[in-house]
Design a protein around this ligand. Structure first.
Ligand SMILES: Nc1ncnc2c1ncn2[C@@H]1O[C@H](COP(=O)(O)OP(=O)(O)OP(=O)(O)O)[C@@H](O)[C@H]1O
Ligand SMILES: [Mg+2]
Length: 374
């Protein structure tokens, strides 16, 4: 073997080891970033008294289903997902498979962090109403609301202080973490300079969205948003599922982790009977006594059509989780999109891919035909 060929042999080996290390690291990071830590799942299942326990024979049908994809799913996920159903449906996707196999198959991870910047939404996504942004900071630089003009910190302070109420959101935030509110008339509110000091190098400062009265009345203190999962598959965008998130009475964001609850939305916009909260309790009324099944999401069809249309603007991601508000007149308002959304399977009570499950699993585990979007 000549010197050069010898060198390139080792270079190839080193690159392959580097890739494997990269994959392993990313797997470990994901494990600690997402909500499928074994300890969390065990806790959830404990809270619901052990969850669904089907017979061993019934469990074997689940194992049989997954065998042809070379997967041995863990029973605990079915104890969790099938608890409300009272029978096993093998098409439920355990979260580790969703986050480690399905999302990486359909979404381009390398493109994800740039697209996650909320400060860039006005350039990335067009043709939809979004919250009004007053000031933003990107890469440690202050900008005006549309990002066309570099401004000074003093100017940023002045613009923010001219507002009665603002929400400050970290650019790449998730689960409502790091969000701060400003209320000029409230003497307990943080001041604008202290908020700007604590927000870090990337954030958006937005006016508070005014929402439709049908959703405001469920919990007037939070913007109650619709989380919709869309899937670009074989030339068509499918809306897989949708949930309405309702904020906790003491919170200002509707996220699960802030005590919010989630209720599945039927295709005609009416809510299912029960919502589930972070403590895995199922409730059929809001804290202020409104029966969930008597509520219909305003302009649900409009939100669905908008999501299908907007998904086309994001070719690198075939699975997306969208947060939408319904404006006062029902206009869909895009709050954010997620390229690594959680599934809606608990609150939704339905397998993520429904009738498409077989085709999807064949794609991911048998044909392994990655979309060539890398
Ligand atoms: N402009 C706004 N006005 C009022 N409330 C808002 C506004 N923007 C966001 N919120 C509230 O804060 C929540 C979190 O906002 P957003 O979805 O942008 O951030 P996130 O932390 O990335 O959440 P996720 O976990 O969904 O990724 C929203 O679901 C909504 O309840
Ligand atoms: Mg969100």
């Amino acid at each position: 073997m000549g010197k050069n060929r010898f060198g390139s042999f080792f270079l190839r080996k080193a690159r392959s080891a580097d890739r494997k290390l990269d994959q392993w690291l990313s797997y470990q990071i994901d494990k600690y970033t997402f909500s499928f830590r074994t300890a969390d799942v065990n806790n959830y299942v404990k809270r619901i008294g052990g969850g669904y326990r089907g017979s061993d024979a019934e469990w074997q049908t689940v194992q049989q289903y997954w065998k042809r994809f070379g997967i041995m799913p863990k029973r605990i996920w079915y104890a969790l997902y099938c608890n409300e159903l009272g029978s096993y449906d093998p098409r439920f996707i355990p979260d580790p498979i969703w986050f480690h196999d399905i999302i990486p198959h359909y979404n381009n991870k390398n493109m994800a962090s740039a697209y996650a910047d909320k400060g860039l939404y006005n350039r990335i996504i067009t043709g939809v109403k979004k919250p009004e942004t007053v000031v933003k900071k990107m890469a440690d630089h202050y900008y005006n609301g549309d990002g066309e003009q570099i401004i000074t910190r003093e100017d940023a302070e002045k613009r923010c202080m001219g507002e009665d109420h603002l929400i400050f959101k970290p650019s790449g935030g998730s689960k409502g973490a790091g969000i701060l509110f400003y209320d000029r008339e409230n003497k307990d509110s943080m001041t604008i300079p202290s908020i700007l000091d604590s927000m870090g190098g990337g954030f958006v400062a937005q006016r508070i969205v005014k929402q439709h009265s049908d959703l405001a009345r469920l919990n007037p203190g939070t913007l109650n948003t619709i989380r919709m999962i869309s899937f670009h598959f074989k030339g068509e965008v499918h809306v897989l599922s949708a949930q309405l998130r309702i904020g906790n009475a003491n919170a200002r964001v509707d996220n699960y982790s802030a005590g919010g609850s989630a209720v599945a939305v039927k295709p005609d916009g009416w809510l299912h009977e029960k919502a589930v909260n972070h403590d895995m309790e199922w409730v059929d009324t809001t804290p202020n006594g409104i029966k969930l099944k008597e509520v219909r999401v305003p302009n649900y069809q409009g939100i669905t059509d908008t999501v299908k249309r907007l998904h086309c603007q994001l070719p690198y991601f075939n699975i997306l989780g969208w947060d939408f508000a319904a404006g006062e007149d029902g206009t869909p308002i895009m709050i954010e999109f997620n390229t690594k959304p959680g599934q809606n399977q608990i609150g939704g009570k339905e397998p993520t891919f429904g009738d498409l499950t077989d085709e999807v699993l064949e794609d991911v585990f048998i044909k392994k035909n990655h979309p060539r979007n890398r």
